[in-house]
Design a protein. Structure first.
Ligand SMILES: [Zn+2]
Length: 370
């Protein structure tokens, strides 16, 4: 998400974006996708939806924030380090002005309404993924129902059942996420080439019959992105993603989303072992819970290495450490969970010198002009 906390500036660990911007960004990417047919717009929409989306609301959907930020390590109520509005980072019933209170209700429907789109060649396109059922016209106005069963993005497999009212020939365009390098696709058990076209879609045109089965698999891998926080004298940071999900070190909220556990350990610099940034990180999966409210007990966790550091961000002007951590305690195993499951978190991590060297970060950007 772009920074949008009323002081425009570069992405930063403690910079924020409004809840209404999450809704607006999602909508903008969906419109750009429908105009251009470029799957990368849907990649952006999915990333915003599965990460920034759930962070806007409490798990019971009764309260919401005005501002969310990649790192939220203090209550923030008051003071809130992000722009005017001292309690903007707290989960409340409503915030004045009501832009965020109103717009947050657009996030889920706008995503769901655009999981499928019609195509100019009388086909259907799967544009955003998740469990769903669509009923639409394809071919020569034949009613087609498609049911998607999946735990995506917490799992890699999406199974679809295609049910046209009568046998009909039409194309199905399936989006292959840009982060996925070796997608797998089969129709009724037979493998189909899943290499995407220039716009990021695989087009399958055939005579579709009742009960035809599509199986998609999007193998996920850990990706570590390093950069510099332009708001903190170019402090180096790294963030960790897996498929479309951003990962974070959770600071458990003990009595609601405005109360962090004061005993939680979160002052770590991200470390690495081996020759690449993702080496040594392992993924663990558990069955999906029956009720889904973005729990701290996530069905998908990631084990990484962290070095405990001395770091005390000031509540009114929090910052990342300005330099990579050269000396520290021995690395510990830390458990990361999806950003959307956290209310207090670190997702833009301070980094050790080892991560700094592996990421080949350039010199920090110099301030330009006024
Ligand atoms: Zn707003």
């Amino acid at each position: 998400m772009p920074v949008a906390d009323e002081f425009y500036g570069p992405t930063g660990a403690f910079r924020a974006t409004e809840t209404c911007d999450v809704a607006g960004y999602l909508w903008s990417q969906i419109v750009l996708l429908s105009v251009s047919g470029q799957g990368c717009m849907a990649d952006r929409a999915e990333r915003a939806f599965f990460n920034a989306g759930p962070a806007t609301v409490a798990r019971d959907f009764k309260t919401h924030v005005y501002f969310q930020s990649p790192n939220r390590v203090v209550d923030g109520s008051p003071p809130c380090p992000h722009g005017p509005g001292a309690s903007g980072c707290s989960y409340k019933l409503s915030h004045m002005p009501l832009c965020c209170t109103a717009a947050l209700n657009r996030i889920v429907p706008n995503y769901v309404m655009h999981m499928w789109m019609a195509t100019y060649d009388n086909g259907l396109a799967a544009t955003h993924y998740g469990p769903c059922k669509v009923s639409a016209l394809a071919a020569d106005r034949v009613r087609v129902e498609i049911v998607c069963r999946t735990d995506y993005p917490f799992n890699e497999v999406i199974e679809m059942s295609v049910n046209p009212a009568r046998e009909a020939t039409f194309p199905l365009s399936l989006r292959i996420p840009g982060w996925c390098k070796n997608a797998e696709l089969s129709v009724n058990g037979t493998g189909v080439n899943a290499a995407p076209d220039a716009k990021g879609f695989v087009r399958v045109e055939r005579l579709w019959k009742q009960g035809d089965a599509i199986r998609l698999r999007f193998p996920m891998s850990v990706s570590v992105a390093a950069g510099r926080d332009g708001n903190a004298q170019g402090a180096p940071y790294a963030s960790v993603s897996y498929g479309p999900l951003l990962f974070a070190l959770p600071i458990p909220d003990t009595q609601g989303p405005n109360t962090p556990n004061p005993a939680a350990k979160w002052k770590y610099a991200l470390d690495a072992e081996g020759e690449t940034l993702d080496q040594g990180m392992t993924v663990e999966r558990q069955p999906m819970p029956a009720k889904w409210d973005w729990p701290l007990a996530s069905p998908l966790t990631l084990r990484a290495k962290g070095v405990a550091i001395d770091w005390n961000p000031a509540p009114d002007a929090p910052r990342l450490p300005p330099e990579p951590i050269a000396k520290g305690k021995p690395p510990e195993s830390i458990t990361l969970i999806p950003y959307g499951s956290t209310k207090f978190r670190v997702s833009m991590f301070p980094i050790t010198e080892r991560v700094f060297k592996l990421s080949e970060l350039k010199e920090p950007p110099q301030p330009s002009g006024k």
